[in-house]
Write a protein that binds this ligand. Structure first.
Ligand SMILES: Nc1ncnc2c1ncn2[C@@H]1O[C@H](COP(=O)(O)OP(=O)(O)OP(=O)(O)O)[C@@H](O)[C@H]1O
Ligand SMILES: [Mg+2]
Length: 224
């Protein structure tokens, strides 16, 4: 379970303090598929980055599976992240000098996982790109690059997949394909999926919808 308890994030903007997340509380049970929506600047990426432990809150705490990540050292946090969390970005973030296969393989090699090459091939096949493993990111379309990024996010077998506008740089057909793929992986691996999207029709396909406005939760609904 992911728990956010009265999480506030204040940043310094010029001479003033800016509250970009304001007393956000939420409990996300294991295996839930949550969409986060809200206008540009409402705090969606900030919230995701805090859950990922990429940033720390000014006030409040974040607890993942009973572990308070907000009080962990950098090393413990990095370790917890690599054990539990996969992250997919809007703009893919693949390493351009590595092939698709190597991009998926790298996190597993870093973790020293056994059978890493077989698993990388399995993940490429899950995203239907086994035959493109030897290609470099620049040789792949946006949708294909995002599928590689998703395969890579699954490399550490995460319990939690955080995705920040994973379809934002794709046309609606490719976006819908990526969304379907993430939904399938969510079901197949029973992972918790927290997905940020501007797209109301995609968001409506999640199990739960959290809407942010000016850093506050203004709606939190289970969808049927
Ligand atoms: N380090 C920072 N310093 C100053 N302001 C920041 C910082 N990080 C974020 N902000 C501001 O906080 C607000 C929320 O940012 P955030 O990136 O979370 O929004 P978002 O909902 O993800 O928006 P978008 O849909 O455009 O990606 C924005 O107004 C942004 O400019
Ligand atoms: Mg954002």
């Amino acid at each position: 379970m992911i728990e956010l308890k009265n999480v506030t994030k204040v940043v310094r903007s010029g001479t003033e303090d800016l509250t970009i997340l304001d007393d956000v509380s939420a409990e996300i049970p294991d295996g839930q598929f949550v969409a986060i929506t809200g206008a540009s600047g409402s705090g969606k990426s900030t919230m995701l980055g805090l859950i990922a432990g990429l940033d720390s809150p000014t006030n409040g705490m974040i607890v993942i599976d009973g572990e308070e990540i907000t009080s962990m050292s950098e090393d413990d946090l990095a370790e917890a992240r690599s054990r539990k969390i996969g992250f997919v970005f809007q703009s893919f973030h693949l390493i351009p000098s590595l092939t698709a296969f190597e991009n998926v393989l790298i996190p597993m090699e870093i973790l020293g996982l056994e059978g890493a090459k077989d698993r990388a091939n399995k993940l490429l096949s899950d995203v239907d790109l086994l035959n493109r493993g030897h290609h470099y990111p620049s040789e792949l379309s946006g949708g294909e690059q995002q599928r590689i990024a998703i395969a890579r996010a699954f490399a550490n077998n995460p319990k939690i997949l955080l995705a920040d506008e994973p379809t934002g740089n794709l046309d609606s057909r490719n976006g819908s394909h990526i969304f379907d793929l993430m939904t399938e992986l969510h079901i197949e691996h029973s992972i918790t999926l927290v997905l940020v999207t501007h797209d109301a029709s995609l968001a409506s396909r999640a199990e739960r919808l959290i809407r942010l406005k000016d850093g506050r939760v203004v709606a939190d609904d289970l969808l049927s």
